[in-house]
Design a protein around this ligand. Sequence first.
Ligand code: ADP
Ligand code: MG
Length: 455
Amino acid sequence: MTSATQGAAQGFIELGLSDTILKGIDFAGFDKPRPIQVQTIPAAVEGRDVLGLAQTGTGKTAAFALPILERLREHRKMHPRALIIAPTRELATQIAEQTRALARHTGLKVITIFGGVSQRMQTSALRRHPDVIVGCPGRLYDLYEQGFLHLDQVETLVLDEADHMFDMGFLPTIRRILKQLPNNRQNLLFSATMPLDIRGLASEILHDPHQVELTIRQPAQTIDHALIAVSEDRKRDLLDRVLRREDCHSAIVFCRTKHRARRLADQLWKNGHKAIALQGNMSQNARDRAMRGFREGKFRVLVATDIVARGIDVQGVSYVLNFDVPMTSEAYTHRIGRTGRSELAGKALTFLTQADKRWLKATQKMLGREIRRHKEKGFDSGYNERNAPQERVSGAFGKKAQGKQGPPKKRRGPEPGRKRDSRRGGARGSVRGSAHDPANSASKKGGGARRDGRR
Ligand code: ADP
Ligand code: MG
């Protein structure tokens, strides 16, 4: 047994990983392999396609990064051999950092390619023969078209947040990139959500995949999530109050639009909270500063749009606060999944107004259960309980709330939430608009950018 395998990485040996990779695992500080890693790594190391679905924060990044490194470490080529595509620059950066840590002893080069920053650094990085590329679709395709990026030696393709990559904002570019890749490549698709009607698109890409699906219907058990009914004009006071809770060490606050995120961050700052905005109208420099500042604890509150809803892993986020409800039910799962990560506990509270009834209905339907209701003691929520959006509530908090809600109301009109949350309907465009990064598609400032303009 070598020094690396004597460490915490022991459980990884059985997954078919060699000593060089085990040293990287030790360096990354991993203890034992997580369930999604146990169940996907061996098949991926063998070269099979994989569809890996597991809850947020359960270690999907290493589940695709480790087998890639294992397969690439043997010999190197002139051009990139693995391509990892992610929806946002922040996520691409994070994946690259984790992959680099795991690749520490392999000599493999990992670089990032995304929009919003000068392409010169990226083209010179490409000239230095990187092995793994992590990037966002727009800039990747731009650099391919300009002849800087060679895709003909790619052996493994990863779509992280795979269902999101099939949203309309990304799909056309993804398809163009796929056309340039060798047919006999390996495909690895990972996400915490996979709406039924998107599975078809996934199976178009995958060949005889090894499929693993770990309880994705429910958010991770580590997340204690609840709703607070509140009127629009009382949201800010409620937020201020929650942020002052003793157990709220750091929080991500999600807003519906870029403008609301910016304004709310300013207001919080004036009220003495160390808050910073992160939204798509900011320069990439400012986005990096915000993300880094939040990771390092310089800021305690990150007020963001759905840019950070997917994949972002920041340790010690104790609360996720949905100041505005997300556009879709899937987005709910991803947003609250920014806390309760890596087997640690976290809390999520969603501020719910009268206008959010349809969203609630659709989301509870997707989850297959009602979301717990919380009432903030001694706080005037301004919410008219008589028109409460939920008729029946379960659980300890629920019973309490139920008593105050009066008799169940009869439903009027068409099935709420149906259209909106239908993956073929408007919401698909909307949620995609949220995290889709218009600046990624430097050459296509059309649809994507305009769609995103709403945020
Ligand atoms: P997901 O993609 O499933 O949301 P991530 O890959 O971002 O989750 O992992 C969540 C956190 O768990 C990260 O901080 C990562 O470093 C950590 N992690 C992943 N695998 C392990 C492991 N085997 N042991 C310890 N920590 C791990
Ligand atoms: Mg992830």
